[in-house]
Design a protein around this ligand. Structure first.
Ligand code: 5AD
Length: 350
C-alpha cells in the first residue's frame, strides 16, 4: 500500500498494524505529512474546539539522584548550578500564574530526595487550599506506590512521567544500570490505578532510537491510552555523555504529533518547550499538527536559567503578562484561543 493510503486508513480507523506504522514512518513524504497534519488538526478541533489549554510549569528543583545520559540535570553533571525553590517561592509562582489565567500548575523537578512525601504533600495541599479551582500536576519521577497514594490524597490530580522509550534495549542505551523500563512502566500503571490523570511520552530522535522503537512507543501509547502524551525532539546538552549526538528532527516530531493525535483522538497533546526550542514558531506548528496544550514557564527567571535539560532551552515564559499575551496573539492568528480553564482530558480516570 502506498503511504497516502496508509495515512487515510489511520485517519479513518485510528489505528494501523505495526508493520504499516513502520512503513508510514520510514516512507513518509511531504504530501502524506500534510494530509496527516490536516486530519490531525481537524480531529483535535472536533474534540477540543479551537481552544488551546495552558499549564503553568514550575521547575521547583534541579537536584536529581538519577544519571540519565541525555539530561542536563543528571547527578554527575558537576556544572549544573543546583537550586530548590522554597514553598513561598512556589506559591508566589502560583499567585502570578493565577492572576494571568492559569488554572493548572505543573510542579516539575528532578528526583530530589529532599522532597520527602511529607514536604511534597504539604506543598500540594497548600496549593489546593489556596486555589481550589486549580488542578495540580506532579512531574517528579519514580516514587513508591505509597508515595503516589499520599500525594493523591494531598490533592494532586495529575502526574506526568514519560516512559522515554518502550524498548528495553533502547531504555538501557539512555539510562545507567539500575534504571529499569519495567519499573517505569509499573509506576505508570500504579498512577493510573490510583486515579491520576496520567501523562506518558518520549523524545524523538534520542540516541539509538530506530523506527521500530518508535513503532513500539506508538503501540504502547495506543494500548495504555494516557490522558496526555508529551513528545519533543531530543536536544543535546553540552555537559552530558550525549553532547556530540545529533538533535532530533523537528519534521519527524511534527509528523509523530499528527500520528498520535489520530491514534488517540481524545488525548491531551502538548506542543512542548523542546519543540519550541528547536523550531521557530514550533509551538504554533505543533498546534497546527494536532497538539492542543502549551506549557509556559512560570518559574522565577533565575531558576529558569538553571533548569537546563538541554542546550539553548527556551527561557521565555509567562512571567510577564506580555509573554502570555504574545502567545495569545500568535495563537489567535492561527484561529485558536486560550480559555481560563483547568483543561481536563476527555479520557476517563480509573
Ligand atoms: N532533550 C530533550 N528532552 C529532554 N528531556 C530530558 N533531557 C532532554 C534532552 N536532552 C525530557 C525527558 C524528560 C522530560 C522532563 O524532559 O523526556 O522526561
Amino acid at each position: 500500500m502506498n503511504t497516502l493510503a496508509l495515512a487515510e486508513r489511520l485517519a479513518e480507523e485510528h489505528d494501523l498494524e505495526d508493520g504499516e506504522l513502520l512503513q508510514l514512518l520510514e516512507r513518509r513524504d511531504p504530501e502524506t505529512g500534510e494530509y496527516l497534519r490536516r486530519q490531525a488538526q481537524t480531529t483535535a478541533r472536533a474534540q477540543y474546539g479551537n481552544q488551546v489549554y495552558i499549564r503553568g510549569l514550575i521547575e521547583f528543583t534541579n537536584y536529581c539522584k538519577n544519571d540519565c545520559y541525555y539530561c542536563g540535570i543528571r547527578k554527575s553533571n558537576q556544572r549544573a548550578r543546583r537550586y530548590r525553590l522554597t514553598a513561598g517561592e512556589i506559591l508566589a509562582c502560583c499567585d502570578m500564574g493565577y492572576a494571568l489565567g492559569f488554572r493548572t500548575f505543573v510542579l516539575q523537578g528532578g528526583e530530589d530526595p529532599w522532597f520527602t512525601d511529607g514536604r511534597l504533600c504539604a506543598l500540594v495541599s497548600d496549593i489546593r487550599e489556596r486555589y481550589p479551582d486549580c488542578a495540580v500536576t506532579l512531574s517528579v519521577g519514580e516514587r513508591s506506590r505509597e508515595s503516589y497514594r499520599l500525594l493523591k490524597e494531598a490533592g494532586a490530580q495529575r502526574y506526568l512521567l514519560r516512559h522515554e522509550t518502550a524498548t528495553e534495549r533502547h531504555y538501557r542505551q539512555l539510562h545507567p544500570p539500575g534504571m529499569e523500563l519495567s519499573r517505569r512502566m509499573a509506576c505508570l500503571h500504579t498512577l493510573r490505578e490510583l486515579g491520576y490523570q496520567v501523562g506518558a511520552g518520549f523524545m524523538v530522535g534520542s540516541p539509538g532510537q530506530s523506527p521500530e522503537d518508535l513503532v513500539r512507543d506508538l503501540r504502547f501509547l495506543k494500548e495504555f491510552r494516557p490522558h496526555m502524551v508529551g513528545i519533543g525532539p531530543f536536544l543535546r546538552q553540552q555537559d552530558t555523555p550525549f553532547r556530540d549526538c545529533p538533535n532530533g528532527s523537528g519534521e519527524l516530531t511534527l509528523f509523530l504529533l499528527s500520528v498520535i493525535r489520530l491514534l488517540l483522538p481524545e488525548t491531551l497533546l502538548p506542543a512542548t518547550t523542546a519543540l519550541g526550542t528547536l523550531l521557530p514558531d514550533g509551538r504554533e506548528a505543533g498546534i497546527l499538527h494536532g497538539a492542543n496544550v502549551v506549557m509556559p514557564n512560570l518559574s522565577p527567571e533565575d531558576a529558569r536559567g538553571k533548569y537546563l535539560l538541554y542546550d539553548n532551552k527556551l527561557a521565555s515564559g509567562a512571567e510577564a503578562a506580555e509573554c502570555l499575551e504574545q502567545l495569545r496573539e500568535s495563537l489567535g492568528k492561527i484561529g485558536y484561543e486560550i480559555p481560563v480553564s483547568r483543561g481536563d482530558s476527555r479520557i476517563e480516570t480509573a
